[in-house]
Design a protein around this ligand. Sequence first.
Ligand code: FEO
Length: 394
Amino acid sequence: MVAREIEDGIFWVGAIDWDRRLFDELIPLPNGTSYNAYLIRGSEKTALIDTVDPTKEYELISNLVRLGIERIDYIIINHAEQDHAGSLPMMLEIYPDAVIVTNEKCKDLLISLLHLPPEKFNVIGDRETLSLGDRTLEFLITPWTHWPETQLSFLREDRILFPCDLFGSHTATSDLFMKDERATYLSAKRYYAEIMMPFRGSIRGYVEKVRALSVNIIAPSHGPVYRNPSFILDAYTDWTSDAVKNEVVIPYSSMHGSTGKMVEYLTDALLARGVTVKPFNLSKTDVGELAMSLVDAATVVIATPTVLFGPHPQVVYATYLANLLKPKVRFASVIGSYGWGGKVVDTITKMIDHLKVELLEPVMVRGLPDEAAMRRLDRLADDILKKHKEINIV
Ligand code: FEO
C-alpha cells in the first residue's frame, strides 16, 4: 500500500488486511479489515496517530519511509489493543526520539501489554491539547469506545476527528474515503453490533460530544474515512437510541427437526401478523449477521433442542454472546423440544441477565410438535404482536 493524503500535510499511512477473516478468534470478517494510522505534519512537530497490527508493521514503516519521514515527535495512542498499538515497539526502535502521548489508563495497559518503558510516555487528560506548531491536537477521554482506556483525538484547525475504533468498519477497501454508502452502512452496523453495542449508553453521549465539535472529517482506525460525518453520526444516533423495530430474531439449532419445525411455524405465524422475522440456523449462520440483527429487534426468541438436560451448546454459545453484547431488545422467549425432561428454559433465562427483557411464555414440547404445540406457538405470536403494539412499533 502507499501513503495517501487526506488534507495538506495529513496522510493515511496504515495497512489493509485483505485476507483477515477472524478477529479476536471470534468475529468473522467477511470483507477483511484495515488498520488506519495517520501522519500529521505541523509547522514544528510531526505526530503519528495510532500504529497498525504488528503483522503489518512493515507496511506502516514503508509508508513512512516513502513519505520521507525522518523524525516523529509524538505517537498518539488512542487505544491499547494490538491492532492499533502493536507496532509501537518497532516504531520506537525506528524513531527513538518519539514520545508516546496517551491517557493514564492507556499508558498502564501499554506498559503491561508491550513492556514499554514508562519514561517514554507523555500523559494527557480530557480536553488537554498538544501543539504541533500551526496545528493543535485536542484529546477527549472516552472510556469504553471498546476498552476502558480509549480516547479520541481531534485536530482542531482542520476539524478532523481520529476516533480509533469508534465509527469504524471492518472493511478492506482501496477507497480511502467512503464511496459505497450502502456497503459501508452495513459493514459499520455489523462492527457496531460486535464491538460497540455493549457500551451503547456511553457511546450515545460521545456521539453528541462529537456533534458539538462540528467535525469536517471522521477518520477511524478501521474502514473508510468519512467526508460527511453526519452519515455515521446519524447511524450511531439511531443504533444507540432506545427505539426498537417490529422485528423478532430467532437464533436456533435443531438436531432431529422438531425445533426446526417450531421455528418454521413461529416464523410463518409472525409474518402473518405483520412482524419481521430473522431466523438464524446456528449450524450455518455467521454470528456477525446475528449480532447485527440484534441492533434493532424488539424481541428475541431462543429456540433449542434439549441435549441431555440443557440447551444445545450452539445455542448456549449464541445466548452467551447475545447477553455479552447487551442489545436493546425488550422481549424474550424460549421455544424448543425435549425427549425426557430438562431445564432448558431455566438455563437460558439465567444466561440472559444482561438483557432488560420481559419474558414471554415459553413453548417447550416433548418430541415432535403436534397441533396443540402449534396453537401454543400461535399464542406466542399473538403475545409478541400485542407487546409490539403496546410499545407503538406496529
Ligand atoms: Fe481495533 Fe479495539 O481494536
